[in-house]
Design a protein around this ligand. Structure first.
Ligand SMILES: Cc1cc2nc3c(=O)[nH]c(=O)nc-3n(C[C@H](O)[C@H](O)[C@H](O)COP(=O)(O)O)c2cc1C
Length: 278
């Protein structure tokens, strides 16, 4: 199928596998790219050395286009520079926007994909010359905003035309893809469904929980931004992760002051914990 997204990214299937943060295995990105869509390598909590090794491993598994993802919560400059030195076909940026990073990517010959959650954020990204926009509704797994995919996507499509828009948030099968194409998107960016894929490395119990979960089993982890590392310059405010409801999430959502006090214990291992803006 050909759309403005497949043309821009030089792929055959209008689907981007969104980064799954620290849970983004090379073999998943390779399988997605080999299937004609485009796979994404995550860089969260990965060193520059690991990123170089991941890109080399991915290139060993596919010669098709791929994306390397970074976020501004926070941005590791070393990791960003290591990524661009490898001249990937495309990079994506989430949870904030910085025009200087768009220029860096273009200087390195990489397309720039910007994820966003409001029309105003999309307009800013378009003005900075991004190549693809991911319009992510509040249904999405991981960090997200508050506007639903159904209402966000057509507004963004109109605001940034002719930049191709990939819709994200709640797309998990062909019906979802067809629906967002009708809204004017040029494809979909899918995350949660791919966490449950065979090539994903999360534990089988988690894959089963994802597949069996009902829509109301997911909640916003309101406490999370207060315990995760501080965002970098340019980060979007008012984004919160959407996750499966667990006892852990229920406990700390009910006690935000306690979560802030316990931040260093609750932050993921390998992260630097809370600090000032970088
Ligand atoms: C566990 C998990 C981790 C994620 N980590 C990242 C990340 O590091 N960077 C990013 O841009 N998006 C991240 N996302 C968002 C996805 O790339 C994608 O945009 C989102 O999952 C799309 O919505 P869906 O879950 O309804 O398919 C993550 C999503 C999940 C579920």
């Amino acid at each position: 199928m050909r759309t403005a997204l497949t043309e821009r990214l030089r792929i055959d299937v209008p689907v981007i596998q969104g980064s799954l943060g620290p849970w983004s295995p090379v073999k998943l990105a390779a399988a997605i790219s080999e299937a004609g869509a485009i796979g994404t390598l995550g860089t969260a909590l990965r060193s520059a050395e690991q990123i170089r090794a991941d890109i080399a491993a991915l290139r060993g598994l596919t010669d098709r286009p791929f994306v390397v993802n970074h976020t501004l919560r926070p941005l590791s400059r070393e990791a960003w520079d290591a990524t661009l030195a490898e001249a990937p076909p495309a990079v994506s940026l989430a949870l904030g926007h910085r025009p200087d990073l768009v220029a860096d990517a273009h200087d390195a010959g990489a397309l720039f994909i910007q994820q966003m959650h409001t029309v105003e954020q999309a307009e800013r990204a378009a003005a900075a010359g991004v190549d693809v926009i991911i319009a992510q509704g509040t249904e999405a797994g991981g960090f997200g905003g508050w506007v639903s995919t159904l209402t966000l996507v057509p507004q963004v499509v109109d605001a940034v035309a002719p930049i191709p828009v990939a819709a994200a948030g709640g797309v998990a099968d062909g019906r979802g893809l067809a629906a967002v194409l009708v809204l004017g998107a040029a494809g979909a960016n899918i995350g949660t469904r791919f966490l449950a894929a065979e090539e994903s490395e999360v534990a089988d119990d988690w894959k089963r929980r994802i597949v069996e979960a009902a829509s109301h089993d997911a909640v916003k982890a309101q406490f999370a931004p207060d315990v995760l590392p501080s965002p970098s310059e340019g980060a979007y405010d008012d984004v919160v992760p959407r996750v499966l409801r667990t006892d852990f999430v229920e406990r700390w959502n009910a006690d935000p002051d306690g979560a802030r006090a316990a931040a260093s214990d609750l932050a993921p291992s390998g992260s630097s914990g809370r600090g000032g803006r970088r």
